[in-house]
Design a protein around this ligand. Structure first.
Ligand code: FE2
Length: 421
């Protein structure tokens, strides 16, 4: 069974990444930043977690207002560094942990946290600014795997502090019920006091920062009672992102051992680091077994339905490249390229030979078996002028005429619109 070894909280101001990239270890005002992170990096070096659940917020880099979510869990194989305007930082791609992410996902939804899920998105300074100084990557690789959890804290309404704390408790159950014997750390980033917009830009409150650092260790439940306005009043509007620390704190035992804490205010944002070790008493494994059974309940019996393939996160990750290629059929330029030069289009998308062959042969059932969701099939069908009914008949291994005889009327349709050939 997985064990939570502890929690780490840290600011994620771009200052941290800048200091690292510009090699400012011995440069007066910057030195305390390195001194703050060194004990944390040593802790990770000693503890060697197999995975880190890494809670952060994106700064409208990869998660824009066309679809803004509260809690978004990363389920992908890897995560690159985002370009925030001046080119991406030169850091290695971070390995994901799809298996652990899928378990956490199902567990959280079972506990009625209806999460969003992402893959194939680069992560911004909310993630990488502290990441680059928390974990040793001198050899060009990261020493652990990551399950990122992105929290939408920028477009109100956002989750309450209380909801974040409750999510942390559910996260604990999710991690502890993971059947493999792995060691997991929980990291949260954000804060401390700062405001970066409006006439109040530059606001800090060091007294509150120290109070918060104390309370997150000893009185997290009280912090969970605070409103966003109370956080903004005390710690600045953007500083209110510290509610993400409550997810980490909720995932730890009530009693924790503080092994490191630091605070330094060089410019705009109070830079804090905190390391807490878990002090939980081990409880019977049957608790976790019962939870896993509850997790399996919703899809129990589904594998007995013939010809039925629920589209789950494992499928989504496994068949992502081909689903992405077919989804792009909503773009007129992509489908024109596919129609005029299919082989070049396949190559540009990096499709494997198996994937190319499935599309070339219009192997509708083969595509389903491979992990393509039906709604990509109907897009492809619309592009090549094939009706939905043809696709249904082909999947059933019947002629169109035979299949139509099983319907009350013999109508033919597809999702093709005004561009249909
Ligand atoms: Fe932030």
């Amino acid at each position: 069974m997985a064990t939570i070894i502890g929690g780490v909280a840290t600011s994620h101001t771009p200052t941290i990444g800048f200091a690292y990239d510009e090699d400012k270890q011995d440069d007066g005002a910057w030195t305390p930043i390195f001194e703050a992170f060194e004990p944390v990096r040593d802790w990770f070096g000693r503890q060697k977690p197999d995975a880190i659940v890494y809670i952060f917020n994106d700064h409208v880099t990869s998660f824009f207002f066309d679809h803004y979510s509260a809690f978004t869990l990363g389920i992908g194989n890897e995560y690159a560094v985002a370009d925030e305007g001046g080119g991406a930082r030169a850091l290695p791609v971070v390995p994901g942990n799809p298996e652990l992410a899928q378990h956490i996902a199902v567990s959280l939804v079972t506990d009625e946290f209806d999460m969003s899920f992402f893959q194939d998105k680069p992560l911004d300074h909310g993630f990488f600014s502290p990441m680059s100084v928390l974990l040793d990557h001198a050899d060009g690789t990261w020493p652990t795997t990551i399950v990122p959890l992105q929290v939408g804290v920028l477009q109100f309404p956002i989750p309450t502090a209380a909801r974040c704390y409750k999510l942390g408790k559910a996260l604990r159950r999710a991690i502890e019920s993971y059947p493999d014997d792995i060691r997991v750390a929980v990291v949260a980033t954000g804060g401390l006091s700062h405001q970066v917009h409006g006439e109040r830009a530059g606001f800090n409150n060091q007294n509150w920062d120290h109070q918060f650092l104390d309370a997150i260790v000893r009185s997290p439940a009280a912090l969970a009672e605070m409103t966003h306005a109370e956080y903004a009043t005390l710690g600045g509007m953007e500083g209110a992102e510290v509610i993400m620390w409550l997810i980490m704190r909720g995932a730890l035992s009530e009693d924790v051992r503080q092994v490191h804490s630091s605070f330094y205010l060089p410019s705009m944002t109070g830079i804090a680091t905190l390391v807490l070790e878990d002090e939980a008493v081990e409880l019977p494994a049957a608790i976790h077994q019962r939870h896993r059974e509850r997790m399996a309940q919703q899809l129990k019996g589904i594998d007995e339905l013939p010809g039925t393939y629920p589209f789950d996160l494992a499928t989504s990750v496994r068949a992502y490249r081909l689903n992405k290629y077919l989804h792009a059929m909503v773009d007129p330029a992509h489908r024109a390229r596919f129609l005029s030069e299919p082989e070049a289009s396949f190559a540009e998308a990096g499709l494997t030979e198996i994937e190319r062959d499935l599309v070339r042969r219009r192997d509708w059932l083969g595509l389903i078996h491979y992990g393509v969701i039906f709604f990509m099939l109907e897009k492809l069908a619309a592009v090549i002028g094939v009706s939905n009914l043809d696709v249904y008949a082909a999947m059933r291994g019947e002629s169109l005429d035979d299949f139509l005889k099983t319907r009350n009327t013999q109508v033919i349709y597809s999702v093709a619109g005004s561009h249909a050939r």
